[in-house]
Write a protein of this length. Sequence first.
Length: 533
Amino acid sequence: MVCARARVPVAVLTTALLLLGGCKVGPDFEEPNATVAANWLEAGDPAVHTDRVDYQTWWTAYRDPTLERLIDLAYQQNLTLLAAGTRVLEARAKLGVAIGEFYPQTQQIGANVGYNQASQVDPTSNPSHELGNYWRASLGTQIVWELDLWGKFRRGVESADADYLASVATYDDVLVTLLSDVATTYIGIRTLQQQLLIAQENVVKQRKAVQIARYRNQGGTATGLDVYQAENVLAQTQSTIPQLTAQLQQGKDALSVLLGMSPSSLESLLTGPHTIPVPPKDIAVGIPADLLRRRPDIRSAELKAAAQSAQIGMAKGDLFPAFALGGAFGTVAGTTGSNRLSEVFSAPGIQFAFGPSFSWPILNYGQITNNVRVQDARLQTLLIEYKNTVLKAQQEVQNGLTAFLQGRSQVEYLRRSVAAASAALRIALDQYLLGTRDFTTVLTAEQNLYQAQTNLASASGNLSTSLASLYRSLGGGWQIREGNDFVNDATRNEMRNRTDWGRLLPPSDKPQPVTPGLPSPADRGPDVRAPQW
């Protein structure tokens, strides 16, 4: 009867505690507000369209097969992107750890055996001198389960879940940056190749001018001054070739690193004409509000704030008493009296205990409360950083639009400049041969033509680069990873050979887990919030 009466309050208490399990302390995260313009300043330009586009493969707008091949290689091999992918796997595993807190936090099996001698001078040991020294063995299990009455562990899962999604968004941001860097570096290489070609062609023209000056000097119709001036212009043009060659090699070396390769010859990858990729005439940029959905750095900033918001609830949970259910079951035996050590495996040696417990750090409220304040301040910082990220994203798009539209005008003016400089050189050379112009006019026309051609090549490269930067600021390109895992086959096999990753990292011949598309938290559905634990 005594035992029966003892079990009633335990059952009632346990039921009452479980009924309270729906409570969650701390704030529920709400999507932060940010200042977003209604439209872009250049929205009225005929070349700018406000259609909603995802820009999944924006680089194909250049219609350059070499660039498309380099993008594919970089996506497969870039080491920075691969490191971001492994951090996603780390976040997945941490989410699994957080979910494990829902289950008994202590689950262990233990055993020990030892030879004992009680102290004869310690009154608390109460030695039994007639028993002497003895052996003692024990075998048992222990379970302690702290109940999530205040939602502390659920907040922990919320935080880990948001951290996981933020790691995916960060991976996407690294991917967006990588795609832009590959395109920008490739365009820079083509621009330098074009400038080298221009320099070499002008060297040929200027050598002819030197020959003309020498012939006329030998014929007495020109002075040595004309020869020296022509040689000076030629040497200045020739001096640009080593500098351009060095810059070209540096660009190729940078491209090698982006492709996950050591610096080496890229001639097999850079096949095709050495022309600067031509951007399209029109571009669709959507509206500023689209950035909140598309740019991964904005999603990452929001998700990091969501993760931190849950940390406030975890900290507040320490203000309340912690209730736990605990139990132990095992056997104990010793070599005292007629007992034997082998009786540890017999029924008489069984011992067990079960019951609830609670702890309440009532004297540490100052520390706990200040920890809550720390977590809240961190959340406010992240909310401010989110708003700043949204503002900077709009600035980047605005800058990209301005650079692209103004760059088009600059290229058009420079084309006219090259045409005029070319015509001026022809006329100056004809008049010099007729004796109606001095040689200085020819040399000036040569320099003007070379400078105009170089400026046109540089502006054309900048125009194409500005479009790549604009696409990056619009947050395009990360969609290509959908349906793919975050690490390549070689890394997956290396990690699986070292550690059992289970379903988090399936073999390369198995279907890969579906990766969340990461819309805003208000739009996330069950499929998004179900990572492969």
